[in-house]
Design a protein around this ligand. Structure first.
Ligand code: ADP
Ligand code: MG
Length: 651
């Protein structure tokens, strides 16, 4: 007896629904996508009891005639593709011809639609996949779909529905994505008759993000330069360095208009942010990537959430590069704002400003932190192509503000005289965060020349106030109070310097008198063997010493690590999280540098004024000054406005 039978159509639809319709939010997603494909300019979504009770979508799109209204409920009925070849280049959100029949097979379903310009519309009612009635109706142009009692005929699945609130929040998220993805379409969302939002059509992306997420987030976003590289166009907004979330909810990426999740994209974002992101945190992005539909397969997931790229590496690289450059653009603006001349000190002639430390002592300026020995010549730039070379970009910036060998004209313990501050740069030309570098060294100048009569008054752009709790440097700038975390700042400076050294040649190391042995599990041992060279460039002398054992015989010179084996274990832990899919070498270097730097700045040294000034200058000369290599902020600005609020002067 034969055991195989063709499933009845309704059952087949229910099987398909298992993949497409998981919960009310998936219904909303499919129906809204259909409305978008139908060229609607307004879409209204209404849910009751989180969608468990009913979901209604009304659009003003092209509508359907009676034949189509019936046909659209058949499986594999679609107006969006015709041939197999069309699958290779999909321009619409839908194409599987599965959503409507699937949804109709697991709910009480009503479709009312009227083609543009048609005299009458059509109403179709289907219950649990069975056609109930078809008749003319007088609905306005466009399409309305109502889905009630989802899974009423599949009690087992209905049990999987969560509370109304949970389902409602999933619906909201789906709509949020669609609304961000299509700012030109007006969206209205009602939850149990309560108007959640009403977004007008024809908005710009910025306006849409603003309306959905508020002004506070918009202020933290940077616009990505709208560019096309290698056939991949990227545009949108991303969070500034240091802006992050503990979930991926706000890491939104659209691929050809479709919100997607994809490993290559995730890695690209993570790598693009690299040190600008705290561990375990995710960036905030509203990114739109457009590429030739033939270069991406969207038919790998029934709900089309996932995609497969023909060349994931290329997509990732483009993303990394764009993110890095976008974060970089912020540096200029940030540095300029930070260094804007302070209004308040004008009242006090600056020369009379009491200094933290008597001038005489400043000549004994030490540069103990981050002291790296001289190199005869700076090796040719081996920097990542995406970053403009930091030093040559500001050839006439004060050499005193860097650890660069060029700076070391005098004794390594003394700052060389700074060049006279070029007046033309006082305004802090955009793209050239030079104000502070060129102006502030007056402090250093006084030091080097032993002349307290410098032009501190006119030149200083921020003013040191003191040090709090041996850790926070307090400063004043035009906007108000600035707090700098000395450690975080130091770590950032060290990290960038170390990266530069690693890229050019290697970080100078110091041999240990007594080598230390370290035992690691076999998997980690493999990994370390592959990276011996990177370790060596980082100034860490590592030698295999029998099964799973390594000998550490040198460490970076500036390192004050009290526990070298722990340092290595930390490095291994960090690297284990580095996926094989990211560009291993580059991330490996980053991680090692990051970890070494964390170990390097442990001691709570009290900095003296010139050291503070130097720290700030060096920090501002960094590529990403506003956060430490682990993504924590280095500086916090407390504006006069905030202070006034706190003191109740302003409400
Ligand atoms: P797909 O979207 O994959 O084509 P669906 O089952 O979602 O499959 O829809 C089937 C067809 O019904 C669509 O191809 C489209 O022609 C038509 N359709 C669905 N929703 C609408 C709508 N809101 N307005 C106009 N036509 C629609
Ligand atoms: Mg569809």
């Amino acid at each position: 007896m034969s055991r195989i039978a063709l499933l009845p159509e309704t059952v087949a639809c229910q099987v398909a629904a298992g993949e497409v319709v998981e919960r009310p939010a998936s219904v909303v997603k499919e129906l809204v996508e259909n409305s978008i494909d139908a060229e609607s300019t307004r879409i209204e979504v209404l849910v009751r009891k989180g969608g468990n009770s009913s979901i209604r979508i009304v659009d003003n799109g092209m509508g359907m005639d009676r034949d189509d209204a019936l046909l659209c409920l058949e499986r594999h009925a679609t107006s969006k593709i015709r041939t197999g070849d069309d699958l290779m280049a999909i321009h619409t959100l839908g194409f599987r011809g599965e959503a409507l029949p699937s949804i109709a097979s697991v709910s009480r379903f009503r479709l009312a639609t009227r083609e543009r310009g048609a005299l009458a519309g059509t109403e179709v009612i289907v219950n649990g996949g069975k056609l109930d009635s078809v008749r003319d109706c007088g609905e306005p142009e466009g399409t309305q779909i109502e889905v009630r009692s989802l899974f009423y005929n599949l009690p087992a699945r209905r049990k999987f529905l969560r509370t109304e609130n949970t389902e409602a929040s999933h619906v909201e998220h789906v709509l949020h994505l669609q609304a961000i993805g299509h700012p030109h379409i007006g969206f209205t969302f009602l939850n149990d008759e309560r108007l959640v939002y009403q977004l007008p059509p024809g908005q710009s992306l910025r306006e849409r993000i603003h309306d959905l997420t508020g002004a506070a987030l918009v202020a933290e976003l940077l616009e990505v330069p709208d560019e096309e590289v290698g056939g991949i166009r990227v545009r949108g907004f991303v969070g500034k360095a240091g802006v992050s979330r503990s979930t991926r909810q706000q890491q939104i990426v659209f691929l050809n208009g479709r919100p997607v999740e994809n490993a290559a994209l995730n890695y690209g974002l993570r790598e693009g942010y690299h040190t600008a992101l705290m561990k375990g945190q995710h960036p905030v992005t509203f990114l739109f990537i457009d590429l030739d539909p033939a270069a991406v397969d969207v038919n790998v997931h029934p709900a089309k959430r996932e995609v497969r790229f023909r060349d994931p590496m290329l997509v990732r690289e483009v993303l990394v590069d764009i993110i890095r450059r976008t974060l970089e653009t912020d540096r200029a603006t940030w540095t300029r704002t930070f260094a804007a001349p302070s209004a308040a000190p004008a009242a006090t002639p600056a020369a009379e400003t009491p200094l933290l430390i008597p001038m005489a002592e400043q000549t004994a300026l030490r540069r103990d932190w981050a002291e790296l020995p001289r190199q005869p010549e700076r090796a040719p730039s081996g920097r990542l192509a995406s970053f403009p070379p930091a030093v040559p970009a500001r050839p006439d910036a004060s050499p005193a503000t860097r650890f660069t060998p060029e700076a070391e004209t005098a004794s390594p313990f003394e700052l060389p005289p700074a060049p006279p501050p070029p007046r033309s740069q006082e305004s802090g030309v955009s793209g050239q965060p030079s104000a502070i570098n060129n102006q502030q060294p007056s402090g250093a100048k006084q030091t080097a020349e032993g002349s307290p009569q410098g032009e501190r008054g006119g030149a200083s752009q921020f003013r040191l106030l003191g040090i709090l709790g041996k850790l926070y440097i307090l400063m004043e700038n035009a906007a108000g109070l600035v707090l700098v975390d000395q450690h975080a700042a130091h770590e950032r400076i060290l990290y960038e310097e170390m990266k530069r050294r690693m890229e050019s040649q290697s970080v100078p190391s110091q041999r240990l008198l007594l080598p230390i042995t370290l035992q690691v599990p076999p998997r980690d041992a493999d990994w370390m063997m592959q990276h011996l060279e990177v370790f060596s460039r980082a100034g860490i002398g590592l030698e295999p010493f029998g099964a799973g054992t390594f000998k550490i015989d040198a460490l970076p010179q500036f390192l004050r690590a009290d526990d070298p084996p722990q340092l290595l274990r930390d490095i291994i832990d960090e690297l284990r999280e580095t996926s094989t899919q990211t560009s291993k070498l580059r991330l490996g270097e980053d991680m090692i540098a990051k970890t070494v730097c964390r170990h390097a700045v442990k001691a709570n040294d009290v900095l003296r004024e010139p050291e503070c000034v130097k720290l700030i200058q060096d920090l501002l000369a960094c590529e990403l000054p506003y956060c430490c290599p682990h993504g924590r902020p280095t500086m916090i600005q407390m504006s006069y406005g905030e202070l006034e609020k706190k003191f109740g002067r302003k409400v």
